[in-house]
Design a protein around this ligand. Structure first.
Ligand code: THG
Length: 282
């Protein structure tokens, strides 16, 4: 299964049989005070710095989330996307729970983006899927619905199936649906990662779709987050994760290593190239 995303002219192919594609997570105000401060002043310099540093570290796509208390993201999200795309030729993952912000950003975005996200709630399916269809965007489907979040992988799988079915009904191609199995903090629930890993496997084996997850979520509240995220990342990739939302400055080496180990990197070209690039900027 191949999901194609586009920037102004670059094309990124997320391929279930290919190497892992990295969606850079860092343009997100969660615990980034400086991002909130600069964005509140309509100053995009720091956003552009974050974009550049993530692309240099191996991000193929940039997640853009500008949600913080009292923000008008229906105006800030499109402005931020414009600022990034004026400077960088990179596909965007539009990350907002506000359909108004998603719609406004879709109007100014260049290329083919990934909408983050729809879920199995009736209201979400009815507002987000038509936007994806109208703008020819791909869409992330979160496996939660009107009953909330289930901890049963079979039930999470059935929500993925429902989202896919509804997308296809509207004429969205199956390759443009990317499933998110919901990565949650393992500090709060000892089985959180196991449920996610099982869900990835079910979606991979039975639907063959591309799969993403907010990979850094799992380590909230714990020390040594980078090592914990790395262990979870390797296991997730082995089960079928193809396009994690993660911090490339911390995770790309692990991802290149995992791809090499599972036979997705002939003659260790990508692994070696990344190593040399990182040595050069030391
Ligand atoms: N699924 C989907 N989209 C998502 C998530 C998901 N978008 C948001 C989030 N979850 C993924 N993005 C992040 C971004 C940052 C962090 C975690 C997840 C993070 N930041 C550090 C912190 O909070 O301590 C700060 C920055 C850093 O040091 O790197 O952990 O699940 N579809």
């Amino acid at each position: 299964m191949k999901t194609i995303l586009k920037g102004k002219s670059t094309e990124v192919v997320i391929d279930t049989d290919g190497p892992v594609i990295i969606i850079g997570e860092s343009i997100n105000p969660t615990r980034r005070k400086k991002l909130v401060e600069t964005l509140s002043q309509n100053n995009f310099e720091f956003v552009l710095e974050l974009a550049k540093s993530q692309m240099e570290a191996g991000a193929d796509v940039l997640d853009v989330n500008v949600g913080y208390p009292r923000v008008d993201d229906a105006s800030l999200l499109p402005e931020t996307v414009k600022a990034i795309q004026e400077k960088f030729d990179v596909p965007i993952c539009l990350d907002s729970p506000n359909p108004g912000a998603i719609e406004a950003a879709l109007k100014v975005i260049e290329g083919k983006c990934l909408i983050n996200s729809v879920n199995g709630e009736e209201k979400s399916l009815q507002t987000i899927l038509p936007l994806a269809k109208e703008h020819g965007a791909a869409v992330i489907g979160l496996v939660m619905d009107d009953d909330g979040i289930t901890h049963d992988p079979e039930k999470r799988f059935r929500i993925a199936e429902k989202i896919l079915g509804r997308a296809i009904q509207l004429g969205i191609k199956e390759e443009d649906v990317v499933i998110d199995p919901l990565a949650m903090a393992v500090s709060a629930d000892p089985n959180a990662c196991l449920v996610t890993l099982e869900t990835i496997k079910l979606v991979h084996d039975r639907l063959g779709l591309n799969i993403t997850q907010g990979a850094s979520n799992i380590s909230f509240g714990l020390p040594n987050r980078d090592q914990l995220n790395s262990a979870h990342m390797a296991l997730s990739i082995w089960n079928g994760l193809t396009c994690p939302i993660a911090n490339p400055n911390k995770i790309t080496t692990l991802i290149r290593a995992t791809d090499l180990i599972r036979g997705k990197d002939d003659f260790a070209m990508r692994f070696t190239e990344h190593y040399q690039k990182m040595e050069a900027v030391k």
